[in-house]
Design a binder for this molecule. Structure first.
Ligand code: AMP
Length: 213
């Protein structure tokens, strides 16, 4: 199963992707996670990406495409994958088409997780994640049992530096202008599955399962 996951920041792509990965035994490839890993390790790629990420702007397509191209060489992806946060622009979608062609593959679904902007701002500014296992919490509707500490492994929770209100507003604009139009790229192929991203995590997941059947 090969899936592209579209949806604005804060729609819950990361959370839902982790559930899909478990049930379908496929890999999650999150360009945001890969970039943050590079940033933390201080790699050349991380240094290049940092200024864009801090402002909530997109990292240049050439950087993203070479990073994803490398990931596509790895055997771990052969059982299937869910692309979370990629593609985000038309050139990236064209680059993905090219990668798929080279590997004689095609996509099965493009999930589009829809959530109203007002709800996204509320969710993102209250989002926290575990510094170790990456589990995602929300201080308003899914808080950890102990303040600032992960329920699963006791590690400290972090607030992403690009989850401030100002950056979030810019990230939403970038999504509307550059990423949402990709729906038109995939529509003619009959791949679009629109999902209502409001409600609780399990309720949303059930909608996704129905769409993937
Ligand atoms: P995310 O975790 O998907 O919200 O991504 C965090 C940030 O990483 C974004 O705001 C962008 O700066 C950058 N980023 C992640 N994926 C991409 C991509 N496919 N293209 C360009 N920039 C990206």
């Amino acid at each position: 199963m090969r899936i592209v996951f579209l949806g604005p920041p804060g729609a819950g792509k990361g959370t839902q992707a982790k559930l899909i990965v478990k049930d379908y035994h496929i890999r999650q490839l999150s360009t945001g996670d890969l970039l943050r890993e590079n940033l933390n390790r201080g790699t050349e790629l991380g240094v290049k990406a940092q200024a864009y990420m801090v402002g909530g702007n997109l990292v240049p397509d050439s950087v993203i495409l070479s990073m994803v191209g490398e990931e596509f060489q790895k055997p771990e992806l052969s059982a299937g994958y869910i692309l979370d946060g990629f593609p985000r622009t038309y050139p990236q979608a064209d680059g993905l088409d090219q990668l798929l062609k080279e590997q004689n593959q095609s996509l099965d679904h493009v999930l589009v997780l829809n959530v109203p902007d007002s709800e996204l701002i509320r969710r993102l500014t209250a989002r926290r994640s575990c510094s170790e296992c990456g589990h995602i919490y929300n201080l308003v509707f899914n808080p950890p049992k102990l303040d600032g500490v992960c329920d699963h492994d006791g590690s400290p929770l972090i607030h992403r530096s690009d989850d401030t209100e100002e950056t979030v507003v810019n990230r939403l604009k970038v999504y509307q202008n550059q990423t949402k139009p990709l729906v038109d790229h995939y529509k003619p192929q009959g791949l679009i599955r629109n999902i209502d991203g409001t409600g609780d995590v399990q309720e949303i997941y059930q909608r996704i399962l129905t769409a993937l059947k």
